[in-house]
Write a protein that binds this ligand. Structure first.
Ligand code: ZN
Length: 424
């Protein structure tokens, strides 16, 4: 289980930078990740340094690393999105597959019985792309482009992961279709694949588990004459730190709201499920944490819809709230998202201070009835500072509620076109 992460965040007049990556405690893998991070970060900072004109929008750099475990293999997927002017974010996708038994990195063909078996991958990929094409009207594949992008060469199959459901293959934008189609994902189930794979890598036909999660619902009457605060936590979920928070909420009869990133859900699914089951509210913080105002309509929709789908996969529910990264939104984004926008009126700057006493102090100094407090549950100091503040505030007669509970108690409707900073 990987549960340690590094979080680097920076904000200047010219740019925002956000880097999140796990520590695997495997030297070869950690060295690879750190080298990748350093190269990409340096490249971005160099570009920013060269700016000698007034920029219209802040440059932005996002780097996240996700992983997958399958038998002896760890897949490490590194993604960079950098915006340095121009029409859109530039992305880099790099995926590696490390075998813990042999201490070597592997390519897709290494999983197959022989190269001839591997060469059947393009027909399989083609069949599943065509299925996708039929199912999702947004794609309009061009035969020549697709055939070239799926030719059975390891270079075309860098981004794969063996999942429970089968072999998941990702094609970055441009590989098999236009930029606007975004990243394209197919899953080839094991029953189509096993006869081609080496015995030790064969998988089982996946069974779809139909699990209905019923969160705890509480009677709000007893909070009717209390002062109310909505604690909100962005940028998670994060298994270790979010769990610390969840361990403590019950003590203060507290429920909070999490604005989660779609890109983190696969690696932190259990803690998200736990948060939901405890009656906390789950909202969207988009998939990759891009500044939505810099994106095309199609890209905005992908950021929002992919996150909704991931949240639904875990909780069974589509969220009704969104907090756009950096609080950056406009009328078009609101209309496309069709979710209520929730910002904040108490900013603890917890990401900057990373000091629990300071976080607690900021909360206590600014606490008031109807407040929405901005925090990030990926830092120990934020989680601990919030718990310390709850201890004090509960003595002062405050109750801690989710955004929806707050709206209900304040007799307010949550409207999709509105932006909520607080509930007075
Ligand atoms: Zn954020």
């Amino acid at each position: 289980m990987v549960d340690d992460e590094v979080h680097i965040i920076d904000e200047t007049d010219n740019y925002t930078l956000k880097i999140d990556y796990p520590i695997f405690h495997i030297k070869k893998v950690d060295d690879l990740v750190v080298r990748y991070v350093k190269n990409k970060q340096d490249e971005f900072i160099d570009t920013v340094k060269k700016i000698d004109y007034k920029i219209t929008a802040k440059y932005d750099f996002i780097l996240n690393v996700s992983f997958n475990n399958y038998k002896d293999i760890i897949d490490i997927k590194m993604n960079t999105f950098s915006y340095t002017g121009g029409a859109h974010y530039v992305r880099d996708d790099s995926t590696y597959h490390y075998n813990k038994r042999t201490n070597k990195f592997m390519q897709l063909s290494d999983f197959f019985i022989d190269y001839a078996s591997f060469e059947k991958i393009d027909d399989l990929a083609y069949a599943y792309l065509m299925k996708l094409n039929e199912k999702e009207l947004r794609y309009n594949f061009n035969e020549t482009w697709v055939r070239k992008g799926i030719a059975s060469d390891n270079i075309n199959y860098e981004h794969f992961m063996f999942k429970d459901s089968g072999l998941e293959i990702l094609f970055p934008p441009y590989q098999i279709g236009p930029w606007s189609d975004g990243e394209i994902k197919i899953v080839i189930p094991y029953d189509k694949l096993n006869e081609l794979l080496k015995e030790e890598y064969r998988g089982e036909a996946s069974q779809v588990k139909e699990e209905v999660l019923v969160p705890e619902i509480r009677n709000l009457e007893k909070y009717a004459d209390k002062k109310l605060i909505a604690f909100t936590f962005d940028d998670g979920p994060n298994t270790r730190t979010t769990n610390i928070l969840l361990d403590n909420l019950e003590k203060y009869d507290a429920r909070v709201t999490f604005f989660v990133l779609g890109s983190r859900i696969d690696n932190h699914a259990e803690v998200l499920k736990r948060a939901f089951l405890q009656g906390n509210q789950i909202g969207s913080h988009t998939y990759n944490h891009k500044n939505l105002t810099l994106l095309s309509d199609k890209e905005i929709l992908a950021e929002i819809n992919d996150t909704n789908a991931k949240i639904k996969e875990i909780t069974g529910e589509i969220p009704i709230l969104i907090r756009p990264p950096y609080g950056s939104t406009n009328a078009k984004i609101k209309q496309l998202s069709n979710l209520s926008t929730v910002l904040w009126n108490v900013d603890t700057l917890d990401w900057k201070y990373r000091n629990k006493e300071k976080v607690c102090e900021e909360i206590l100094n600014n606490a008031h009835d109807g407040a929405i407090i901005l925090l990030h549950d990926i830092y120990d100091s934020s989680v601990e500072g919030a718990i310390m503040a709850m201890e004090e505030l509960s003595k002062e007669g405050y109750a801690f509620v989710t955004i929806s509970e707050m709206a209900t108690l304040k007799n307010r409707n949550l409207n999709n076109q509105e932006t909520y900073f607080n509930f007075k």
